[in-house]
Design a protein around this ligand. Structure first.
Ligand code: CP
Ligand code: NVA
Length: 306
């Protein structure tokens, strides 16, 4: 049984496909899952702001009959008022699951080490695996078999890039990250993704040339400045503007689908024309956060339903 979901690498291809199928079932027949988490309390803990993650977990858990408890840092920051270990020990004494958005991946490892309940990563500096599950659920809905696709990410190599790249590799999707020089994804995670991709007949390419995205079925954007980075968009605009997803790039690449994990900065990493246009599946993608996460929570907390 799956214990924690910290990097996404806990699940192999077969398990991810099973999870995506469950997510689709939950989406299509919600009434069949309305008691899947009855009697379960899940703490969702945040060291960083959120709109989609907070609401999709809270509302999603409610739809499964469970109880979500929101915990921010105003009631004592982890490692400040008390240690991360003591947070894990105390939360485990009452709750059935812990979903945590943290500054550093090492905090998740400490939580998981000391918690006696499943811990889910809802974003850290290195990964955003719940986002990637929703992204691939969306790609599957739009395109069918994701192993036949080429997915191109444009912008800063970051937590979202890493999780997208690793899940693409696991599912056999060809993946290209097009990033300005000096903003590539983490080299070790790229290496890991390359090995996984090779085993699944797929490729991983890192490039600073937008031409590498030509032939992609889907283009993907994230903010150029992630939470915790002190730079402002105006400062980095010049470096990143050649990587903006706009109508010309969509035409140049031939992509039929555009994704963005949001929050989006219109006219920076993506134009309003594309974000609101026919190729955009961005709101469907946001909605799928809830269904993908619900599938994950049911698998972790009530495997009888799987
Ligand atoms: N995509 C995403 O995680 O959005 P939030 O930061 O609003 O949760
Ligand atoms: N890379 C972004 C993702 C936000 C959902 C960040 O970490 O801020």
């Amino acid at each position: 049984m799956l214990q924690h979901f910290l990097t996404g690498l806990e699940l192999d291809q077969a398990k991810i496909l099973k999870l995506l199928k469950l997510a689709q079932n939950i989406k299509n027949q919600p009434q069949e899952y309305s008691n899947a988490l009855t009697g379960k309390s899940i703490v969702t803990l945040y060291e960083k702001p959120s709109l989609r993650t907070r609401l999709s977990f809270d509302i999603g858990i409610n739809k499964l009959g469970g109880h979500a408890v929101y915990l921010d840092q105003q009631n004592g920051a982890m490692g400040d008022r008390e240690s991360v270990k003591d947070f894990a020990l105390n939360i485990s004494a009452w709750a059935d699951g812990l979903v945590a958005r943290v500054n550093h991946h090492s905090t998740l490892n400490t939580l998981a080490e000391h918690a006696s309940i499943p811990v889910v990563n809802s974003l850290c500096d290195l990964y955003h695996p719940c986002q990637a599950l929703a992204d691939f659920l969306t790609l599957q809905e739009v395109h069918g078999d994701v192993s036949q696709l080429k997915l191109a990410y444009l912008g800063e190599g970051n937590n979202v890039t890493h999780s997208l790249m690793l899940l693409a590799a696991t599912l056999g999707t060809d993946f290209v990250a097009v990033c300005p020089k000096g903003h590539s994804p983490d080299a070790q995670i790229v290496k890991q993704a390359e090995q996984i991709a090779a085993a699944n007949g797929a490729s991983v390419l890192i490039s600073d040339r937008v031409e590498a995205a030509v032939g992609a079925n889907a283009l993907y954007a994230d903010t150029w400045v992630s939470m915790g980075n002190d730079a402002c968009l105006e400062q980095v605009k010049q470096t990143f503007m050649p990587y903006q997803i706009n109508a010309a790039l969509v035409q140049q690449t031939g992509a039929s689908t555009v994704l963005h994990c949001q929050p989006a900065h219109r006219e920076y990493e993506i134009t309003s024309e594309v974000m609101d246009g026919n190729n955009s599946k961005i709101i469907q993608q946001a909605q799928n956060r809830m269904h993908a996460q619900n599938a994950l929570l049911v698998s972790l907390l009530n495997p009888n339903y799987v």
